[in-house]
Design a protein around this ligand. Sequence first.
Ligand SMILES: Cc1ncc(COP(=O)(O)O)c(C=O)c1O
Length: 387
Amino acid sequence: MPNFPKKLSQKLEQRQHENALRKLSTSSRLVDFSSNDYLGLAKSDGITNHWESLVQKFNLNTHSATGSRLLTGNHPIHEAFEAFLADFHGMDAALVFNSGYDANLGFFSAVPQRGDVIFYDEWVHASIRDGISMSKAQNYKFKHNDIADLSEGVLRIKKQGKLQENTEIYVATESVFSMDGDSPNLLEISAFCEKEGIHLVVDEAHASGIFGDGKGLVHELGLSENVFASVVTFGKAFGQHGAAILGNENLIQYLVNFARSFIYTTALPPKEIASIWAAYLVLEQQGQKYIQDLKENIRFFLEKAETYGLQTHFIESTSAIQSMRCSGNDNAKATSDFLAKKGFDVKPILSPTVPLGMERLRFCLHTFNTNEEINQVLKSIQRFNAS
Ligand SMILES: Cc1ncc(COP(=O)(O)O)c(C=O)c1O
């Protein structure tokens, strides 16, 4: 067996030492307070029915796309679904990517050019940061959800007089942040970007399917025409896999030509596109009920957090993600382990995923969580804190 490089072993040992070693585990039989299947669509029978109709309608008889979209992998259902998506989300056009990770990587590595500038919220998802790190544009982070800090940064670089006439500025944020479930003031950010001639890019991974009757927070706030691009993912509320970038026709044409994570990969299989589309059809027909049930569970969770005196530990959020501050990897892990023993799957978010001292316990709420489960999990935390 070839030797494993010593410096890599040392990095693993360091992780172990920090109680931060990542390990794979199969999903447990515990009560689910951790998956992204917010609406419970991953197991919906309705999806199977719509899926079968789409498979018939598009005569889908292959298990693979068989190539990149630009070679043999482009099937009529890909294009029909993209037209549906653009219409559903109220944008001009859409382009499907194999995952949200690929969508952000493709966009940020290809769109901002050398001489351009990207400002990004310090808490944006790793996929946006990785895309930015591949871009030749300059990049600056701004404080989380802090428009004053963003505007100071923009003014500063404008004053330096180093920008060329054709410099484009991009701002990247999320409509619901994946770690804390909180949201920026998108109306203000959008107004600021419009005033300064900046392109706003919003990752809607945790908002699509839930806000704006499933169309996303951008749509709910009437900002569809104000954002340069938004990213919706299918692996969260839609209970599927994959993602799309929404924007105007020129942007989509540009991405087809230059986004390497779109070009150099086998496309999603047509039957998988049918499954994602089926989830959208379920949402169109019964979304009101699903979304209402989820919102009721979020309301109940917040009410019970207050009952047990825990509300000050939680980061303010009205989304399905409720994060509790739980400083230190040991502490966050111990709390999560205690809850697991009580039958609840609540994941700790450890450093280095979040900065040291900002470790959290992240609750993902779902339509299928019962009031009793919500009550018991919060009561258990109160007991653990008191012990
Ligand atoms: C905000 C955000 N963007 C993008 C992604 C990546 O999406 P996907 O899981 O489809 O790769 C995630 C996933 O966790 C996310 O939270």
